[in-house]
Design a protein around this ligand. Structure first.
Ligand SMILES: [Zn+2]
Length: 290
């Protein structure tokens, strides 16, 4: 029942709600990258934001990437994916470890830092990709993503993201994102939304216990709501022999042969899935013969 999302509308279509669970995906990332609990929490939050972006891409071939760089010890957080709820991600420093905050929470804000930007790139098949960039607020990622959506995409929104970690991994990871559409002008309804969002300060605890449908029904079901079909969320890498060949060719002939001469081979590791691609001298010969 993990790795799913549900979208719905409330107030007769004046606001949109997305509830996302990526608990199993976060556990796969923990294993694949040996993530510390703190790194898992930060990456899980960022990947939930990525799922939301993916879920809102219109065309099958659309793709996106998010980079969060705040100057903290975790380094850069990268999330990417394609339309249809496909995501992947990694952090620069997977072993980052800091003291817990006073409230017992992992200190994601400090690990990420707030001195920098969140950058979102969407390739929607147009001549130029869409690029949105806003300054980080706290490095906690939910607030940063809220600001990004509002400032860059003009969406009034509220975002709750969370990853609940226990010793063996995550037992609840994901979030809730509410978007007020332009026609929602009633202050009363906006206050109601604000009030509902206060329930989500411990969103990862809720995800640990409830399915995405149950969360939608419980918190939004009474608000002239309609929910859509549950969708699967998938961890998927997009690396391939062809893409890596392109990277090797991008080095240029002299540089490629220089590395071969020095190292005996060119080794490229996919940062998202850890797959190793190795080019011998013969492989490089072939690349430039083609
Ligand atoms: Zn890969």
């Amino acid at each position: 029942m993990r790795d799913r999302l549900i979208k719905g509308i409330i107030f007769d279509g004046l606001a949109r709600v997305t509830v996302i669970d990526i608990t199993d995906i976060v556990n796969k990332e923990i294993k694949m990258h040996n993530l510390s609990p703190l790194a898992a929490a930060a990456l899980g939050r960022a990947m939930t934001a990525g799922v939301y972006i993916s879920a809102n891409l219109k065309n099958k071939k659309d793709s996106f990437s998010i980079s969060i760089k705040g100057g903290g010890e975790i380094g850069n957080i990268i999330v990417a994916g394609e339309s249809g709820n496909f995501v992947r991600g990694y952090v620069e420093n997977p072993i980052v470890n800091l003291p817990l905050k006073e409230n017992g929470h992992l200190d994601v804000g400090k690990a990420v830092g707030a001195d920098g930007f969140i950058t979102v790139i969407k390739d929607m098949g147009l001549k130029e990709p869409y690029i949105g960039r806003t300054e980080l607020v706290s490095g906690e990622i939910a607030q940063d993503f809220t600001k990004y959506l509002y400032v860059s995409e003009g969406v009034r929104n509220a975002v709750a993201l969370g990853v609940k970690m226990i010793k063996d991994g995550s037992i609840g990871a994901g979030g809730v994102i509410v978007e007020a559409l332009p026609d929602l002008k009633s202050d009363e309804k906006l206050f109601m939304l604000e009030d509902i969002m206060t329930n989500f300060t411990e969103i990862s605890d809720i995800i640990a216990k409830k399915s995405v449908e149950e969360i939608f029904d419980f918190f939004f079901g009474h608000l002239d709501a309609k929910k859509f079909e549950v969708e699967k969320v998938n961890l998927r890498c997009s690396c391939s022999e062809q893409k890596i060949a392109g990277i090797v060719q991008g080095l240029g002939k002299a540089e490629a042969y220089g590395i071969i001469k020095e190292m005996g081979k060119i080794e490229i590791k996919c940062q998202f899935c850890n797959k190793d691609y190795i080019y011998t001298e013969q492989d490089v010969n072939k690349l430039w013969a083609e």
